[in-house]
Design a protein around this ligand. Structure first.
Ligand SMILES: Cc1ncc(COP(=O)(O)O)c(C=O)c1O
Length: 348
């Protein structure tokens, strides 16, 4: 029995992947963050940021919460603010999908659309942050949750995401693959690893065209991971290695994942899987590796999982996942499913 929808945040499943990278001599587990009620890992920082601010008095029942987010954190905050009875303004830009805006509105968030990119940098992210600053000045008793700098963002992953992973694997986590945007997940997990002397090798998975780990900004198609500015939460010593993935890596990873493991995951998860594949020959035999899959695939049906969208952006590339082994009937899965069928047969 759960106390509320917010108490269902966290304790997401850690699922062994046996098919997508066949014959690897190490164990690979996926932490399926799409099982959070708002659909992503971002439910964790959304709740923790609000709880900490309420505890310190920075957020009172009358406070207006403001955040710039075109996706998962906005949805996590919208959900938590709705339950906690807080007014929430989400600053978005034209790249925010119509579906995400509908989800935000359904939770009761107010949408503030920034229609033009920042004139200096040409980036919408900078324009959204400028808009947040203006709203803070004009709306009395308003607070910016500031996911890029808020230590509670990282702390949520320290206390929950990495603690769950380490506990479930008895502290034996040899490699961790984690996508980066605000660096909240990376920082929380990395600090947990350091404080608990786990000795885990941490691979940060960033987008080509993101500037978090240096380099020049470039156009990116798949949202979630990557950033047009280096977040305040970033620190150079958080990751042992940074692996950059392209939009194509994300698409191919996602399509292979659903074809072989029947896991419909979001774009960055495909990137994380491609990153594991890239370094798989360097991972020691017998190692235990964890890949964090930040969200589910349903919000990517018009992009990553649309054949038309993929063909438009990358050409005819279906051979990149069609060569993967198809799902085969599996004895254990079959008996499990038939057990369920028996239970539900009266409703058929
Ligand atoms: C789908 C997805 N992947 C990866 C990330 C990166 O997580 P973080 O912001 O903790 O670095 C995000 C962040 O919003 C995300 O939505």
């Amino acid at each position: 029995m759960e106390e509320s929808i917010l108490s269902t945040i966290g304790h997401t499943p850690l699922v062994r992947l046996t098919r997508v990278l066949p014959n690897i001599p190490f164990s690979l587990f996926a932490k399926l963050e799409g099982f959070n009620p708002g659909g992503s890992a971002k439910d964790r920082p959304a709740l923790h940021i609000l709880q900490e601010a309420m505890r310190t008095g920075a957020i009172k029942p009358s406070t207006v919460v403001i955040e710039s987010s075109s996706g998962n954190l906005g949805i996590g905050l919208a959900q938590a603010c709705r339950y906690l009875g807080l007014r929430f303004i989400c600053v978005v830009d034209p790249k925010t999908t119509a579906q995400n805006i509908r989800i935000l509105r359904a939770y009761g968030a107010e949408i503030d659309l920034v229609s033009k990119p920042d004139p200096v940098t040409g980036e919408f992210l900078h324009a959204r942050i400028n808009r947040v600053r203006t709203l803070l000045q004009t709306i009395e008793d308003s607070v910016w949750t500031n996911q890029y700098a808020n230590l509670s963002n990282a702390e949520a992953h320290y206390r929950t995401t990495m603690d769950e992973i380490a506990t479930e694997l008895d502290g034996k986590v040899d490699c961790l693959f984690v996508a980066t945007g605000t660096c909240g997940t990376l920082r929380g997990c990395a600090e947990y690893v350091r404080d608990h002397h786990l000795g885990t090798r941490i691979f940060a998975v960033d987008a080509h065209g993101s500037v978090i780990f240096g380099g020049k900004p470039a156009k990116r198609l798949i949202p979630g991971h990557g950033s047009a500015r280096r977040p305040e939460l970033y620190r150079a010593d958080l990751a042992d290695e940074c692996l950059r993935v392209t939009d194509l890596d994300c698409v191919v990873g996602c399509r292979r994942l659903v074809q072989t493991e029947a896991i419909l995951a979001g774009g960055s998860s495909g990137g994380v899987l491609s990153a594991v594949e890239r370094v798989k020959d360097r991972i020691p035999r017998g190692a235990t590796c964890v890949a964090i899959f930040h969200d589910r695939g349903e919000r990517y049906l018009d992009t990553v999982y649309s054949d038309e969208w993929v063909a438009e952006h990358f050409g005819d590339i279906a051979h990149l996942w069609r060569g993967q082994p198809e799902l085969e009937p599996c004895v254990m899965a079959t008996s499990h499913i038939s057990g369920r069928d028996n239970r539900s047969s009266s409703h058929a």
